[in-house]
Design a protein around this ligand. Structure first.
Ligand SMILES: [Zn+2]
Length: 499
């Protein structure tokens, strides 16, 4: 997030990316920018490998606008990917973390997130079936975000079918899942299979922490059918088509999550860049400019890291206390970024678009290694700025994003390699994970004579549609750079450098 990815609070952003935006504006006015590189590649979409045995989700959802609810049925075809038989599986229902006022993750910024007072987000289970028969389920964690379902004799490598029906109560809360007026956002609201940790022989049950993006999941194929009330249009991680009976259908292959938007308002602006369709939803101001800039950002990253994973990218504005949040095929930006009439949205857009490569395409452990997608995205922003505005602008931005955070005072003993639950506030998280994590990448690039982009391209190609560990990253780094650079990780990611 922009702060999702490492959720970055708006005030921290003001100190970093917004400050950096103003700096860029000055450089542009002084005529110091270079014209965006001519001959940038026309956009293609990265082909999916054939013959993969991904899990599948068929999802039906019905919106009840008056009640503020969505009724959902998911049928999941899942494979036992552990080494032995399993007597249960686990589904994550993150929305339940918002069910009571005392424990809501949004309580960390209560006044901003609940301007109308507390509004609960909740999941009510309606039915569970395993292999076609009624099955028992129970919450296994205090937050009631992890549902354990008995599976009996589910052998390793075997497929099973789990059907779960539930009602989502969408909160009036400016967080990832919310409704306000003509826009509903269902981020981390649909049920997802928990990831099985083969080393611990257990499902991961990471709690929904207020800081960072506490989500780890694997790619599935999605098939959706949505019934919305008159006047509402669905957007989200994929494109939808309306059938003669009024039902909206959409599909998305190899996606580690599915976020939905229900919107009632101005039609989306659509613009094609080669094979990639960019759609803008609920964005005020010069929408053409935002769409064109998104196209330029995608081209810059394609030149460096290879084609993006999606044929359709939706960019939408929503009320949010941080700069933005990424989902597969979807970039969400805070609507505050569009208030000034300046281009405050540009660098957050570049950051979230980079997550198409470093999160959507290559997943990582966002709970225990949050730097591994956030710092990579910050690095990509620097490279976009180099391509569009030139070396001087990049150097100035690097100071804001990577060098200054080494000088900032940070309370507590956290490093970029710390898990997200070790951080006590958003500003600390921002400085350490985004800032000092990016300083690590800058140091690697300097020491390898500019090979970091080649490393990141090899990393994207090697781990496309998978999850990569820190060791995986370091292995690609070593192979591509041709030298052992593990001491850089020890120093920058695990040592209390800076002040
Ligand atoms: Zn991010």
């Amino acid at each position: 997030m922009a702060g999702k990815r490492g959720i970055m609070p708006i005030r921290a952003r003001r100190g970093l990316l917004l400050g950096a935006s103003a700096l860029l504006t000055c450089l542009v006015l002084l005529g110091l920018f270079s014209v965006f590189r001519k001959g940038a590649p026309s956009l293609t979409v990265r082909p999916l490998p054939q013959g993969e045995d991904r899990d599948q989700c068929r999802l039906q959802a019905v919106m009840h606008a008056g009640e503020g609810t969505v009724a959902v049925t998911e049928t999941l075809r899942m494979r036992n990917r552990s080494c032995g038989p399993l007597d249960h599986t686990v589904l994550r229902f993150y929305l339940n973390a918002f069910r009571d006022e005392a424990h809501s993750p949004a309580g960390i910024l209560y006044d901003e997130c609940y301007p109308l007072g507390f509004s609960p987000g909740r999941v009510t289970l309606m039915g569970i079936r395993w292999q076609g028969e009624s099955a028992a389920g129970r919450w296994t964690d205090g937050d009631e975000t992890a549902l354990r379902v008995e599976t009996k004799d589910w052998e390793a490598g075997e497929w099973g079918t789990l059907t779960v029906s539930f009602l989502l109560e969408i909160p009036e809360c400016r967080w990832r899942c919310q409704r306000s007026g003509d826009l509903w956002v269902l981020g981390n609201a649909l049920a997802l299979p928990a990831v099985y940790d083969g080393e611990r022989n257990a499902y991961r049950l990471d709690p929904y922490t207020p800081i960072g993006d506490p989500f780890v999941s694997d790619c599935m194929d999605w098939q959706l059918s949505l019934s919305l009330e008159e006047g509402w249009v669905p957007y989200g991680s994929c494109a939808f088509e309306k059938g003669p009976d009024g039902t909206w259908t959409g599909t998305l292959e190899a996606a580690r999550d599915m976020a939905l938007l229900f919107f009632r308002g101005e039609r989306a602006l659509e613009k094609s860049f080669g094979q990639v369709l960019v759609r803008l939803v609920n964005i005020r101001g010069d929408r053409e400019k935002v769409a064109d800039r998104a196209g330029e950002i995608l081209k810059a990253y394609t030149a460096l890291y290879g084609p993006p994973p999606r044929a359709c990218l939706t960019v939408a504005a929503f009320p949010f206390p941080f700069d933005g949040m990424e989902y597969p095929g979807l970039v969400l930006l805070s609507d505050r970024l569009f208030e000034s009439g300046q281009e405050d949205w540009e660098l957050p857009l570049a950051h979230e678009c980079a997550h198409l490569w470093f999160y959507d395409l290559v997943g990582s452990d966002q709970v225990n290694e949050p730097w591994q997608d956030e710092a990579l995205c910050q690095w990509a922003v620097l490279e976009y700025v180099r391509a569009r505005y030139g070396e001087d602008s990049r150097a100035s931005l690097r100071y804001y994003l990577a060098d200054a955070p080494l000088e900032e005072q940070v309370e507590g003993s956290v490093t970029p390699g710390s898990p997200i639950d070790r951080f006590s506030d958003c500003a600390q998280y921002d400085t350490v994970v985004y800032g000092r994590g990016t300083a690590y990448l800058c140091a690697l690039d300097t020491y390898t004579d500019g090979k970091l982009n080649a490393v990141l391209k090899a990393y994207a190609d090697r781990f496309a549609w998978q999850r990569a560990s820190r060791a995986d990253f370091e292995r690609v780094l070593m192979e591509t750079a041709g030298q052992d650079l593990s001491s850089f990780g020890d120093i920058y990611l695990d040592t209390l450098i800076g002040r």
